[in-house]
Design a protein around this ligand. Sequence first.
Ligand SMILES: Cc1cc2nc3c(=O)[nH]c(=O)nc-3n(C[C@H](O)[C@H](O)[C@H](O)COP(=O)(O)OP(=O)(O)OC[C@H]3O[C@@H](n4cnc5c(N)ncnc54)[C@H](O)[C@@H]3O)c2cc1C
Length: 405
Amino acid sequence: MNDFLDGGVHGAVDLDGSGRSAGAASAAAAGGTDGARHARQRPGTTRTEAARDVDVLVVGAGQAGLSSAYHLRRTGLEPGRGFVVLDHAPRPGGAWQFRWPTLTYGVVHGMHSLPGMELADADPTRPSSEVIAEYFDAYERAFDLPVLRPVDVHAVREGDDGRLLVETPAGNWATRALVNATGTWERPFWPRYPGQQTFRGRQLHTARYRGPEEFAGLRVIVVGGGASGTQHLMEIAPYAAATTWVTRRPPVFREGPFDENRGREAVALVDERVRQGLPPLSVVSVTGLPSTDAIRRARAEGVLDRLPMFDRITPDGVEWSDGRRVDADVILWATGFRAAIDHLAPLRLREAGGGIRLDGTRVVADPRVHLVGYGPSASTIGANRAGRAAVRDIRRLLAGEPVAA
Ligand SMILES: Cc1cc2nc3c(=O)[nH]c(=O)nc-3n(C[C@H](O)[C@H](O)[C@H](O)COP(=O)(O)OP(=O)(O)OC[C@H]3O[C@@H](n4cnc5c(N)ncnc54)[C@H](O)[C@@H]3O)c2cc1C
């Protein structure tokens, strides 16, 4: 199978093959019990939409959405009429539920618990997809968070009476404020190179990686200098006939601990960009790669000997302009992800620089909208903090107080 040719390139990926709208009816039924339903006629339309009023709507029930929901609940908003969380995944777990089984809990680094409930004593040999899905499930129950799933938010647009209209196949909501916490997993970024369509082998993105066994005996090129790329190489090398690593820039291996100061510096760099309305940088471009024992070993064994980006893809592999070539059966694109925010397009939040300008988590162009888990808060600890900050700001908005700092 060639994911590049089958269309899973830039659009949302149906990661579990289930189709997201399958459970819309059940979600509609669940959602129908919350909040008031009334008919609304939007200007310029002839349709009468039924929309449920809610004060705050959270899109996404990953780390960022659950952290926000926790703080909304703590500040006294009632589930249902006060706030609701919509998520189009079939189960609790955010994007973690879709990550590959060999990404065990011991392999992920710096995973922070959600506020108010520690994830303690998790077995490091179990897949993160299971550990974190179970934890999120328990968390939603413990705090009685109103997560409706699977509900796919198709679009958020201007509604009536100063509200935002949130459109889903399970019906619409009219909300006073929106926390967008939709992560990046569903927007795999797949760069284009000349000849890409001609490759006779298989191309896949990290989003479809399921572990190393399927690459046994194959020649694999891994593209990308981030944590996923290095993890894929270290896993695949013992199985594959050959591995080749190519990255755009020489990787920077970070010695020493990634302490709070370094974390703060990295966040400040990304924060500065989104304050200017530029697209956020990739995490690794500001943090570098950790030098763990496994990484040091892989470097010593030559598994992490990196080549610069090739210039073109051929039917049999890749080529550089200096005549060098590497034949391959598989190209694995570990080239990262972008923010999954297409549903916000009707609000026209993007700046000329291509990003969404934020002040903290608040969208400068529309103070009703907060992006949590975006840019500087795209980490588990960042999502925790951003959820709290967004809720503080939204409470001011709901109370009619000035929100700009
Ligand atoms: C391979 C990998 C490993 C990582 N490891 C770490 C780590 O060790 N430590 C760390 O801090 N960070 C790590 N990260 C980053 C990590 O993913 C984030 O820190 C955090 O988990 C993201 O949480 P989130 O809530 O922003 O997004 P997600 O977990 O992606 O949650 C988004 C949710 O939104 C839902 N959604 C999306 N679009 C819609 C829509 N239109 N309608 C309805 N629902 C929607 C999805 O179903 C999903 O449940 C890793 C990332 C990757 C890719």
